[in-house]
Write a protein that binds this ligand. Structure first.
Ligand code: CA
Length: 424
């Protein structure tokens, strides 16, 4: 029972109506408060809640939880408990902060220990990512990139409509919002040159993606079916998969992305549970040709989550450069996870599976500079009058994501990071 999702519920905490974090959200994250104190927490409006202190004070009584499950610097142990326990915790948090419940509300001493203003805390990486997989599941993105590199006739590779294409990425360089990224250096082959050169990337790009975080899976050798897959997905974050297009273009044949991708990916700090996203389920795109039976799913759903990208030049204001939606993905998360494990590959709590760049049908829905500027041939105009083909040093890229339906709005907050000059 997802009692936390009750849309009639109000909180005794004051939460602005346009906040991404109403009482119906209750995401999970990790933060550092006073005196370098690190805890697992949730967020309500502009408040961060210390779940370890709540646990020590007995507010989770009746739920089977290890004593130190929230006194951790990652969510991995909590996620390992599985979705049914996480669901009970989320429901209980909703009860604790419900306007009808004055247990914590009227206990100022407890409130002082539990509640922090979000501008007084520092968010940290929410999970230890043991493995990171990047899919390539937006048809519009695959067609755009394919058209640029191989022409319209050969835009989609022959396998693309039959399986969710993906590759194993680098998990150690995934960082949380607020950490800035240095422009990478590497080899590139300039147009018309006959030998490569070395230097800072000239074609620095973002990729607008969402990633899902898994629970523990099955043993090596076993598979997770499409019917089971949802129970193995804990929640989601916004995922900016930084890309150096010039490095990528020169290195990617025949084994795929490497240094053009592994120098950094940035995520939003609060993991929104799949449970909280339940109201935003929507029909998944029709698939033609029909996928093989192991990729079919009785209720294959997409999620209607609005996605936005902004660029903010050094000292300037934000310009929105893209508006997309998670529902544009051709292959759903359930299909991605079933495909990932169909050969017996195992998954662990905290694994991160990114969607691939999520582009929509129109230019304003494209999820990368590569597509928005069409390889640099059609620059974007920012509010300050400057133009962008790709990202410049000092540009801050901000991605936001939220669902909005029948008066309910909830979201992910943002992932924000600045492009710093290449290191000497
Ligand atoms: Ca990617």
């Amino acid at each position: 029972m997802l009692t936390a999702n009750n849309t009639d519920r109000k909180s005794w905490l004051e939460i602005e109506s346009n906040s991404d974090f109403p009482i119906q959200n209750i995401p999970f994250g990790v933060f550092m408060a006073h005196d370098d104190h690190i805890t697992i927490g949730t967020r309500l409006g502009d408040w961060a809640v210390d779940l370890n202190v709540l646990h020590q004070l007995g507010y989770f009584e009746g739920i089977t939880l290890p004593e130190d499950v929230f006194l951790q610097d990652t969510l991995n142990d909590f996620i390992t408990l599985g979705r049914p326990i996480c669901r009970q915790v989320r429901n209980r948090i909703a009860d604790i902060f419900d306007a009808e419940n004055d247990q914590l509300k009227n206990n100022q001493e407890h409130r002082n220990e539990v509640l922090f203003k979000v501008d007084e805390i520092q968010v940290l990486m929410p999970v230890f990512v043991q493995d990171y997989t990047d899919f390539y599941s937006s048809r519009e993105h695959a067609e755009n990139v394919g058209t640029m590199f191989r022409g319209k006739e050969n835009a989609l590779m022959p396998n693309w409509l039959h399986l969710p294409v993906g590759y194993h990425g680098r998990s150690s360089s995934i960082v949380v919002s607020g950490e800035n990224i240095h422009r990478p250096k590497g080899q590139t082959m300039p147009e018309g040159a006959d030998k490569p050169v070395f230097g800072p990337s000239k074609l620095m790009d973002f990729e607008l993606e969402m990633a899902f975080i898994t629970t523990d899976g099955k043993h090596l050798g076993e598979s997770i079916s499409t019917d089971e897959a949802e129970e193995y997905i804990f929640g989601m974050v916004i995922f900016n998969d930084w890309s150096a297009r010039d490095l990528q273009k020169w290195e990617y044949v025949p084994l795929g992305p490497f240094l053009g991708k592994n120098f950094g990916s940035s995520i939003s700090p609060w993991v929104v549970t799949l449970d909280a996203l339940e109201p935003f389920r929507t029909e998944a795109p029709k698939q033609n040709p029909e996928p093989l039976p192991y990729l079919k799913c009785a209720n294959n759903t997409a999620y209607d989550i609005n996605l936005e990208v902004y660029i903010q030049p050094e000292g300037g204001e934000e310009t929105r450069v893209s508006e997309s939606n998670h529902k544009y993905l051709y292959w759903t998360m359930v299909q991605q996870l079933a495909h990932h494990t169909v050969n017996g590959c195992n998954i662990n709590a905290g694994d991160m599976m990114a969607s691939g760049t999520i582009s929509g049908p129109e230019r304003e829905n494209y999820g990368s500079m590569l597509e928005l500027s069409w390889r640099g041939s059609n620059p974007l105009k920012l509010k300050d009058g400057s133009e962008r083909k790709f990202l410049l040093d000092g540009d801050t890229v901000i991605m936001r994501a939220f669902g909005q339906k029948d008066g309910l709005r909830l979201g992910f907050g943002e992932v924000r990071s600045k492009v710093l000059p290449a290191k000497d």
